[in-house]
Design a protein around this ligand. Sequence first.
Ligand SMILES: Cc1cc2nc3c(=O)[nH]c(=O)nc-3n(C[C@H](O)[C@H](O)[C@H](O)COP(=O)(O)OP(=O)(O)OC[C@H]3O[C@@H](n4cnc5c(N)ncnc54)[C@H](O)[C@@H]3O)c2cc1C
Length: 318
Amino acid sequence: MSKTWDAIVIGGGAAGLFCAGVAGQLGKTVLVLDHADVLCEKIRISGGGRCNFTNLHSSPANFLSLNPHFVKSALARYSAKDFIKLVQFYRIAYHEKHQGQLFCDDSARQIIEMLLEECAKGNVHIRHPVRVESVSSEAGEWVVKTNAGIERSKSLVMATGGLPVPAIGATAYSLDIAKQFGLKVIEPRPALVPLSFTSGEFDNLIELSGLSLPVRIAAGSKGNRYGACRFNEDLLLTHKGLSGPAVLQASSYWTEGEVIHIDWLGAVEANGRFSCDELFNNEDNRLKLTENILASVMPLRLSKAFAEQKKPIRKKMG
Ligand SMILES: Cc1cc2nc3c(=O)[nH]c(=O)nc-3n(C[C@H](O)[C@H](O)[C@H](O)COP(=O)(O)OP(=O)(O)OC[C@H]3O[C@@H](n4cnc5c(N)ncnc54)[C@H](O)[C@@H]3O)c2cc1C
């Protein structure tokens, strides 16, 4: 009969490898199984290839959860500072980009190598590509049937990640297994995503793609899963719609059909540079064209578009 591992981790991405490394270094026997040819593809593409590996100001308030206490206890036991220490131990050079976001100077691959090295230190066994065919529980042990044989363990970690980018191996397998064992699954929905316009809508915005500016954005409402939000952040106009940190954050609160409020001058106002009233009632600006007044606080192309706009942009996004 084959040996019983202390833990089998299904999914060798960021979470799976980190978990396996820690457990291995605590003396546990750990096997990681992943169906991908190449591990950690999502880390490789993260942060535009430089991996935004943590945020200096990371706190429970930055996480959305139906159980906010979970993240409080998780961060109390392992904080952003702990991860930064690990990155420093591996001499990975990094920089702060914006509002505490930390990125590798060189490449996200350094984070992958670090996680693999942490696993090696814990004698973790990693097998891939391996197809997991079934998971069952027999006589107090987990039985994982794969195309390369049957493995048994005392603990099972499901770490198959989120649903985005199936082309690089993402599946809903952990949710399927949760359902198989009678765990309540909350219907997943997109979060931290850009908003794309249906073709034909906002065609005039395509000309503005590439522009980025600070805005105040508000989305969601009291009855929603996570309530309402309001952020001062950067918004990016793209050829498909709206993106940038402001929209990515707001998307997690937005429900289809709801209006998203964007105050295009709000973030500049909030920084105390001016108030809108002052801007338009200022004696120096009285004889200026609207587009020129707006151009003093936003990109010229956008100020022109606003000046040409007869009615406010207020349509449904999808
Ligand atoms: C374009 C993009 C950019 C991002 N940038 C950042 C960033 O800069 N910073 C950040 O913190 N986060 C970023 N993210 C989010 C990032 O992907 C996650 O933080 C991180 O990868 C989640 O780790 P994970 O281990 O949960 O999932 P993954 O890293 O997705 O790992 C899941 C693993 O499970 C394996 N798997 C899936 N199904 C099965 C199955 N049935 N059987 C066996 N194995 C399976 C997959 O092959 C994969 O190796 C980004 C995401 C995207 C899409």
